[in-house]
Structures are given as C-alpha cells and as structure tokens.
Write a protein that binds this ligand. Structure first.
Ligand SMILES: C[S@@+](CC[C@H](N)C(=O)[O-])C[C@H]1O[C@@H](n2cnc3c(N)ncnc32)[C@H](O)[C@@H]1O
Length: 250
C-alpha cells in the first residue's frame, strides 16, 4: 500500500488534528490502537491550556506526547517503562518537539517528579497496565496540583467485570484482558478515594469501529495484530472499545 493510500485509509473526519500527521510514521511506531486518534478522542472531553505541564504516562513511542505538545501548546514529560528514552528522544527531535517534550524512563509506581508538579496527567492505552490497584490513584494524584486534570483512555469493555466471557473472548481471557474494564468500574475505583471528581466516564464514541478499522488497515501493511482483529470482529461492537475517563483533583 502506498503512503498516499495509507493516508487516505487512515483519514477520518472525526480526527481532524490526527489527519495532518504522516500515517506511515504512526504505523511504524504503533504499540496498540491508533495513538493519535485516542489522544484526540480524549481531548474531546478534556481541556489542556497552553503552557500546562503534562505527564504522558505510559507514552510508549512518545507519539502522543509529540501530538499533545504540538496541538495544545503544552510541555510534556513523555514517561514510559519499556521504551528506551534515547529512542524517544530521537523521535522527539525528528518531530521538532525538543524543548517541549522530555523523555523519561520510569515505572509508573516510582515516578521521579516533585509532588504537585503537573497541571495534567494523561495516559493513553497504558493505564490498565499499572493503575488497577486501589491505592494507585492516591499515589498518582500526589504529582498533580489541586484541581489538576487526569485523563485516561484505554482498551475497555462495556459491562461489569464479573461476567462469564462469551466464547469469542474466552480464548484470550487472562491477566491482560481482565484489565480491560468498563467506565463505571474505573469511576467507582477513583471516586471512592475522595481525591478526585470524575467529570467524564464513557466509552469513546466509535471506539470499536475505529480500532477495528485501524487493525484491518495495519494488516494490509504487515503491521496488524490478528488476535485482536479477530476478537474485535467477533465482538461486532457489543462489548469492546475504548474506555475514557477524565477527572480533576479535589
Ligand atoms: C500498549 S502500550 C501503549 C503505548 C502508547 N501510549 C500508545 O498509545 O501507543 C502500553 C505502554 O505502557 C507502558 N507501561 C506498562 N507498564 C508500565 C509501568 N509500570 N510504568 C510505566 N509504563 C508502563 C509500556 O512501557 C508501554 O509502552
């Protein structure tokens, strides 16, 4: 598939900002659902003001950090555990975002930042890896100033977690899929701490459709992930999609 065809396939009216990026660059650096669509979808319900200090937690290849810095004129600490920060620094420099995006390697449980430092924390396609414990939100909000924002978008499921998975999910059911949780589950986990107020807890509109379209397009350029594609196809949009939450620190 040519670069032009890839661009056409991955241009969607509902993501006008993402449409301006090189889709080959996105595909080359993918780690899950289209990261820029997820970031833009999160920003539909979260407002970042110019100059804000933003922690992008579990940023992977830092594409979302670059996107947020460029699109919303914020300063971003691109923080991740598995991805080499030197590789992220190269991507950040190549994208002309040096000075606005700072690569950091850290475990989300051992963050090397000052308390109250950030105006906002965002986490795109990653929070479910480290944030499901009852004590995690209390730890993370220490790094936010009062009234600071927390926005998360991650693979999720519409119904409560204590259900019997349908046959098409049973094959893949395990420790990772167990963390694909519904918006109301996260909302209860967060609000019971009394540390934040949840402003939005929903499934991203068109999340399932766009995730599947992304996987099907990536498959055409040998960058797909067949198990997830098959699972989403079998789901027919009934359960799976992207869970989206925005809260502010009390
Ligand atoms: C599926 S990738 C998503 C990356 C990127 N945000 C995106 O949307 O493409 C999940 C990321 O979570 C990060 N991660 C998992 N556990 C983590 C932890 N304990 N601390 C920090 N990052 C973690 C991994 O390093 C990985 O890059």
């Amino acid at each position: 598939m040519s670069n032009e065809l890839l661009r056409e396939a991955l241009t969607l009216d509902r993501y006008p900002r993402s449409n301006t990026y090189d889709q080959q660059w996105v595909v080359d650096n993918l780690m899950g659902p289209h990261p820029l669509w997820s970031a833009e979808g999160l920003m539909q319900v979260m407002t970042l003001e110019p100059g804000m200090r933003v922690l992008d937690l579990g940023c992977g290849t830092a594409l979302t950090s670059i996107f947020l810095a460029r699109e919303y004129d914020v300063e971003v600490w691109a923080t991740d555990l598995w991805v080499d920060p030197t590789e992220n620094w190269r991507r950040i420099q190549d994208a002309g975002a040096a000075g606005r995006v700072h690569p950091i390697q850290s475990d989300a449980h051992k963050l090397p930042f000052a308390h109250g430092f950030f105006d906002a924390v965002v986490s795109i396609g990653a929070y479910n890896y480290f944030g499901t414990g009852v004590d995690y939100l209390a730890y993370l909000t220490e790094f936010l100033r009062p009234n600071g924002l927390l926005g998360v978008i991650a693979p999720g499921i519409r119904t409560a977690p204590d259900f019997t998975p349908p046959a098409y999910l049973a094959d893949r059911w395990g420790p990772d899929l167990c963390t694909w949780l519904p918006p109301d589950w996260w909302q209860r986990l967060w609000e019971r701490t009394n540390l934040v107020t949840v402003d939005t807890a929903d499934m991203l509109p068109h999340g399932w459709t766009d995730w599947l379209h992304w996987l099907q397009t990536c498959a055409k350029v040998d960058r797909g992930y067949e198990p997830d594609q098959r699972m989403l196809e079998a789901d027919e949009g009934n359960l799976l999609g992207l869970t989206r939450l925005v809260a502010h620190r009390n």
